[in-house]
Design a binder for this molecule. Structure first.
Ligand code: SF4
Ligand code: SF4
Ligand code: SF4
Length: 289
């Protein structure tokens, strides 16, 4: 149920934010422009304290919900990941150690670049800018061209429901940067799900500092768990260690795939549980040897 709600919300966000970057009529901005204002980094840079405080509180309560239903770049990775795994009956991920040095290096570099006034370079890894660059550069010309085709067909039957617009193709450097970013994202998402989110994205690292103290989070029920590891293979953040019954909450993107995947109903969203996190089991003892 939680996963279905997450998917519905994510689909809505993704469609609206994509259209916001494509819309040339201004209609979508008029009604749904506020969705751009609840993006973490734009809100932070605009010193929109209310939005930033609300997003931090949301993360403190439910973990990185922001990364599963509000950030379009995260949802894009889920889509790529889903397409890449389509047709595979078996889940394809497995637990990986955290890339702690890399993710904090990117965070520090990002802050330094912003502080030094190199915002355009920092934007290369800023999630909303990255998504906007991909959509605005690679999809916009196709969207405008499709609109012009419709306008042509409509004119032939005497309708003026559509009108033609100029098709703009961005410069070579912007095209190269957008294409390269999409290729890196696609490779990373197809093979390791949310690797970009947990190794590169500075906002993911920032939110991870908060989400490790999240109130509601995935927790194990050791009495029900049979150690099959399916939850770990379904985890797009590759942050479930089934042998030790541990979940790295700083990397968990609150997708709830693990909750739905467990046939024993041994993972649920709940409060911190000592039993779930700290009691050593036979499997964990073997893993430690
Ligand atoms: S980690 Fe960054 S790119 Fe990934 S979903 Fe979160 S904010 Fe978006
Ligand atoms: S929590 Fe569920 S899916 Fe994960 S190892 Fe235990 S029984 Fe298997
Ligand atoms: S631990 Fe569960 S909720 Fe968190 S990212 Fe992995 S599958 Fe999703």
């Amino acid at each position: 149920m939680l996963r279905k709600i997450r998917i519905l919300l994510a689909a809505f966000t993704f469609i609206v934010l994509t259209l916001l970057f494509l819309d040339f009529t201004g209609t979508i901005h008029l009604w749904l422009g506020w969705m751009a204002k609840i993006q973490f980094l734009p809100a932070l840079l605009a010193v929109n304290a209310g939005v930033v405080a609300a997003l931090v509180l949301l993360t403190l309560l439910f973990g990185r919900i922001y990364c599963s239903v509000i950030c379009p770049l995260g949802i894009l990775q889920d889509l790529i990941s889903w397409f890449a795994g389509r047709g595979q009956k078996k889940p394809c991920f497995r637990f990986q150690k955290a890339h702690t040095v890399m993710r904090f290096s990117f965070l520090v570099l990002f802050i330094v670049l912003l502080a030094a006034g190199f915002g355009q370079i920092a934007a290369l890894i800023a999630p909303y800018s990255t998504f906007g660059r991909i959509v605005g550069t690679l999809l916009n010309p196709i969207y405008a061209w499709g609109n012009n085709c419709l306008a042509y067909l409509a004119e032939r039957v005497g309708s003026y429901a559509f009108y033609r617009v100029d098709v703009w193709v961005k410069g070579t450097v912007t095209l190269l940067v957008a294409s390269l970013t999409l290729m890196i994202l696609a490779f990373s998402a197809a093979n390791h799900g949310r690797l970009w989110c947990n190794a590169v994205c500075p906002i993911g690292t920032l939110l991870g500092l908060v989400s490790r103290f999240a109130f509601f989070k995935p927790v194990f029920d050791l009495e029900k768990c049979n150690g099959c590891g399916i939850c770990s293979r379904k985890c797009k953040a590759e942050c479930i260690n089934p042998a030790l019954h541990q979940i790295d909450l700083s990397r968990c993107v609150a997708c709830y795939d693990c909750v739905e995947a467990c046939r024993q109903k041994a993972i649920s969203i709940g409060l911190y549980s000592k039993t779930a996190q700290e009691v050593p089991t036979e499997t964990s003892k073997e893993a430690e040897k």
